[in-house]
Ligand binder design. Structure first.
Ligand SMILES: O=c1[nH]cnc2c1ncn2[C@@H]1O[C@H](CO)[C@@H](O)[C@H]1O
Length: 463
C-alpha cells in the first residue's frame, strides 16, 4: 500500500472490528467488577458482635460507596482528559490505562484467595474502584476522541462494542446463578475474564498503527492527500444517492457542507488543507474546549439527559421488581433475565441499529424532544411491581410481560439515543476539533451517569 495516493479502504472491516473490541474492552472490566458485588458484600458482612442485648453487624454501605467512588473519578478524569489530552501522547493514555486496569484486575483476582481483615479489605477494594474508574475514564475519553476522527459509523460500532460488554456481564451473572457456583469461584470468573479481555483489547489497539485505513484518518499522513478527496467523500457517506449531505463543517472525513467547493473555507471559517488539492498546510490551531462546547451543546445535553433518565431507575429501582409468579424456579432468574439481560441486550440492539438508521438528523429539533420524552419511563417503571413499597403509589403493571415490554422500550431508546448523540457530536465541528468533541462528550456522558445515579436514591424511596 505504501506510496498510494488514493484512499485506503477498511479491508476486511479490520478497523471496524478493532474499534468494536476497544468498545467492549472499555466497559467489560467495570461491568464484571460490579456484577461481583455479592462477593464483596459477602466478605464484608461476616463479623458480628454483641452489644449486650443484640447482635450487631458493621454496615459498610458498600453499594453507596461503590457508586460514589466510581462516579467521582469518572467525572474528574473525563473532564481533565478533555482539557489535557494533547499533553500526553494518545498511545500512553490508551495503552497505559489498559495496562493499569489489567494490573488492578490481577490484584483483585489474587485477593479472592487472600484472607484479610474486613476494614483493610474494604479500603483496598475502594481504592481499586477509584483507580479502575480513573484509568477507565482516561481510556474512554481518549477512545471517543479517536473514534470521532473516523467516519461516523465507527462511533456506532465502538458504542455497540460497549453495549455488548453489559450483555456479557448479564450472561455471566445468569451462568453463575444457573451453575450454583459459590461466590468465590464466581468472583474469580468475574475478575479473570476482564484480564483476558483487557489483554485482547491492548493487542487490538497495538494493531491499529499497522492498518492503512486507520493511519489515514487518525494521523492524516500527507502521503494520501493528493487526489484523495472524491473517494474520501464516498467513504465517509458524504455522497449518498448522488447528492451531498449537508454537513455543518468541511472536514475531510465528513465531507464539505452543502454548497461548499472543495478546499474552500468551511462553514466555520476554517479551511481544511485535507480537502484541498494543494500541498498540505501547516496544522491549524485547535479551537478551545469552550468553542467546541458551543457547537455541540445540544448533543452534550442529549447524552447527559438520556443517561440521567436511564440511571435514575436502572438498576436501583428495576432491580426490586418482583415477579407475579413467585415460588418457582423462575423467581430466582427473574431479575437477571427481565432486568439485566433485557436491558443490556436491548441497549446493545439500540446502539447497533444506529449503524444503519440515523433518525432524526443531527440538526433536527425532534432529536432533543424525543430524548426529553424518555422521561415517561421513570413513572412507568415506578408503577411496575417494585417491592417493598414505601409509598401509596399503586402497582399498575404487575405482570412480568408488562415489565419486560417497558424495559425493552426503555433500553432500546437509551442505547439508540446515546449512540446517536455520541456519534453526531464530532460531526458538528471541524475535523481538527473532532477529538476534543469526542473527549468532551465523554465527560457529559459521565455527568449523565452521575446525575442519574444520584437521583436513583431518592427515586427508590418515592416508590
Ligand atoms: O463508563 C461508562 N461509559 C459509558 N457507558 C456506561 C458507563 N457505565 C455505564 N454505562 C452505560 O450505562 C448504561 C447502564 O448501565 C448502559 O448503557 C451502559 O453501557
Amino acid at each position: 500500500m505504501k506510496g498510494r495516493t488514493d484512499t485506503p479502504r477498511d479491508r476486511g472491516c479490520l478497523v471496524g472490528i478493532i474499534f468494536f473490541i476497544l468498545g467492549l474492552g472499555t466497559l467489560l472490566p467495570w461491568n464484571f467488577f460490579m456484577t461481583a458485588s455479592l462477593y464483596f458484600q459477602g466478605r464484608l458482612n461476616t463479623t458480628e458482635w454483641s452489644n449486650g442485648t443484640s447482635v450487631v453487624r458493621k454496615e459498610y454501605y458498600f453499594n453507596n460507596w461503590m457508586t460514589l467512588l466510581s462516579q467521582l473519578p469518572l467525572l474528574l478524569f473525563t473532564l481533565l482528559n478533555s482539557f489535557l489530552y494533547q499533553r500526553i501522547s494518545e498511545a500512553m493514555r490508551i495503552a497505559g490505562s489498559l495496562v493499569f486496569i489489567l494490573l488492578l484486575f490481577v490484584l483483585t483476582a489474587a485477593l479472592v484467595k487472600v484472607p484479610m481483615e474486613q476494614d483493610r479489605f474494604f479500603d483496598v477494594t475502594m481504592a481499586t474502584i477509584w483507580f479502575i474508574n480513573s484509568f477507565g475514564a482516561v481510556l474512554q475519553g481518549s477512545l471517543f476522541g479517536l473514534v470521532g476522527l473516523l467516519p461516523q459509523k465507527y462511533s456506532a460500532v465502538f458504542m455497540s462494542g460497549q453495549g455488548l460488554a453489559g450483555t456479557f456481564a448479564a450472561v455471566a451473572m445468569l451462568l453463575a446463578l444457573a451453575s450454583d457456583a459459590d461466590s468465590e469461584s464466581a468472583a474469580l470468573g468475574y475478575f479473570v475474564t476482564p484480564c483476558v479481555g483487557t489483554l485482547l483489547t491492548l493487542f487490538s489497539y497495538l494493531l491499529l498503527p499497522r492498518l492503512d485505513f486507520a493511519q489515514y484518518h487518525l494521523n492524516k499522513s500527507s502521503k494520501y492527500e493528493l487526489g484523495a478527496t472524491d473517494e474520501l467523500l464516498k467513504e465517509s457517506g458524504a455522497v449518498e444517492n448522488g447528492k451531498l449531505n449537508g454537513h455543518a463543517n468541511g472536514s475531510a472525513s465528513k465531507g464539505p457542507a452543502e454548497g461548499e467547493g472543495e478546499g474552500e473555507p468551511a462553514a466555520d471559517g476554517t479551511k481544511h488543507a485535507f480537502l484541498s488539492l494543494e500541498p498540505a498546510e501547516p496544522a491549524q490551531a485547535k479551537a478551545s474546549v469552550m468553542e467546541v462546547f458551543k457547537k455541540i451543546w445540544v448533543m452534550a445535553f442529549c447524552v447527559t439527559f438520556v443517561f440521567t433518565v436511564t440511571l435514575s431507575v436502572f438498576p436501583a429501582v428495576t432491580v426490586d421488581v418482583m415477579t407475579a409468579f413467585p415460588g418457582g424456579k423462575w423467581e430466582r432468574f427473574f431479575i437477571s433475565v427481565c432486568c439485566f439481560l433485557t436491558f443490556n441486550i436491548n441497549d446493545w440492539l439500540g446502539r447497533t441499529v444506529t449503524t444503519l438508521v440515523r433518525w432524526p438528523a443531527k440538526e433536527s429539533r425532534l432529536f432533543p424532544l424525543l430524548v426529553v420524552s424518555r422521561v415517561v419511563f421513570v413513572p412507568l417503571l415506578m408503577l411496575c411491581n417494585v417491592q417493598p413499597r414505601r409509598s401509596s403509589l399503586p402497582v399498575l403493571f404487575s405482570h412480568d410481560a408488562a415489565f419486560a415490554v417497558i424495559m425493552t422500550l426503555f433500553s432500546v431508546s437509551s442505547g439508540y439515543f446515546v449512540c446517536l448523540s455520541m456519534s453526531y457530536a464530532p460531526q458538528l465541528v471541524a475535523q481538527k476539533d473532532a477529538e476534543t468533541a469526542g473527549a468532551l462528550m465523554t465527560f457529559f456522558l459521565a455527568l449523565g451517569l452521575s446525575i442519574g445515579a444520584a437521583l436513583s436514591f431518592p427515586l427508590r424511596t418515592l416508590v
